[in-house]
Design a protein around this ligand. Sequence first.
Ligand code: SF4
Length: 393
Amino acid sequence: MISAKTLDPARRVWKIASLAAECAMGERYDNVDEVAEAVRNRLLPWFAVHQRQMPWRTRRTPYRVWISELMLQQTRVDQATPYFNRFMRRFPTLKALAGASQEEVLKLWEGLGYYSRARNLHKAAQIIAADFKGRFPRDPAAIRSLPGIGDYTAAAIGSLAYNLDMAVVDGNVVRVLSRLFAFAGDTRLQASRAELQQMADRLLVQGQAGNYNEAMMELGATLCLPRKPRCDDCPLVETCSGFRSGDPARFPAKPPPKKLPHIVVGAGVVTNRKGEVLIAQRRDQDMLGGLWEFPGGKQEPGETIRECIVRELKEELGIVVETGEFLATVRHTYSHFSMEMHTYFARIRSGRPRSLHCKDYRWICIAQLRDFPYSKADLKIIEALESLPRPLR
Ligand code: SF4
């Protein structure tokens, strides 16, 4: 066993701090050693037999782990799989990704949401190509320095690709740990997260971090389910405090649901005599930055939707339009607000489009619409346009 005395000063401080955290955990949770042993002797063998096949598990390179982890955040495995396969076909290497345009990356990300991840991974690929000779860094601090990579993603890459002893704590792991230790804290709080990270670090099987992390996540995804945990099939059932409590599903504590703000948006499908449609590209610094859209924006108090469209298009593109027929209403819920977007056809009465509050704009025919990346809401408008019985004139 490594003694703190034999380490250099910085590692000694770290070792003493982690030993102190271990002791504190042992005092708070009397089943820590029991759970750690069950993780090593039962969870890992269970994972070896029961793990699901996933394309990124066949070859765990840092590049493949990175892309899959970013895609899997907020997305289910079955939804992420076709995206991952398409992405790898088009960008099989980090070099191929670094040499692509941002727009092409966004197009392959279209529908996954959280588009800042796609913009950041593109930037990070370019940094790795320029500053790390195209090789994904191994040092955790260097991994964390890349755009869009926080503690969770760095630990996933470090453990799954390089087998570094780093424990990951994602939503599934939070649920498993909360139940194993009957942890009643509010898991949204920083202090709770730190405590859960300590639990994960304590259970980590040294030298097998990749398998340990994947096994914990797999347990959360397949057995330790949010509403109805399948404890009878669980390899950790004998050591689980949540199970012993008789009601494991009450962990982690559920905060009261937040009421999301709702916004109403007006958007114009501006057409010209050639039957083309005007689309605008959102600015990089804005939400959904880099994606294309039918221009428009948020309705202001006292304004009709038609008035909103006229005002927004003047502000965004410097054109004065007159609105025509109604096309569609689409609804979408983002993580922090819900939205309904009302779309009307429109024609330019005066002015020529300019990029005032957008990155770029284009006149394109309906057949070209899908060459550009859009948000889910704008894709629904495209579907409505494609289903029109007559061409645009
Ligand atoms: S015994 Fe049940 S609650 Fe405990 S970890 Fe296993 S599935 Fe989750």
